[in-house]
Write a new protein. Sequence first.
Length: 128
Amino acid sequence: MNTEEYNELSNTIIKACIEVHKNLGPGLLESVYEICLAKEFDRSEIKYQRQLYLPVIYKEEQLDANFRIDFLVEDKIVVELKAIEFVLPVHEVQLLTYLRLADKRLGLLINFHEDKLVKGIKRKVNNF
């Protein structure tokens, strides 16, 4: 997938997030936004996996520990949702870690708690 295709897909994801935020506004639980975003993806025929388990591999051994990615869209972009007052650096590092562990290039961190969703969107690139 080239840069233009990543940009197009990430814009489609962001439009779906904006549609959810436009209808619900801030102040709800992350789980509500997740359910509604899945419905938007379905309506747009966007392929995704939700609450995807991500194993932790340490020195070629899979550990008895897993993370869960909120969404993996088109097997390309990790989407991590938040509904919190402030996105902290640790949340951005978490997304980068998920990208590294999943061996994916692009991730979006979306905080639905903002009055204007565009202020709550962070894009992260895994430089491998």
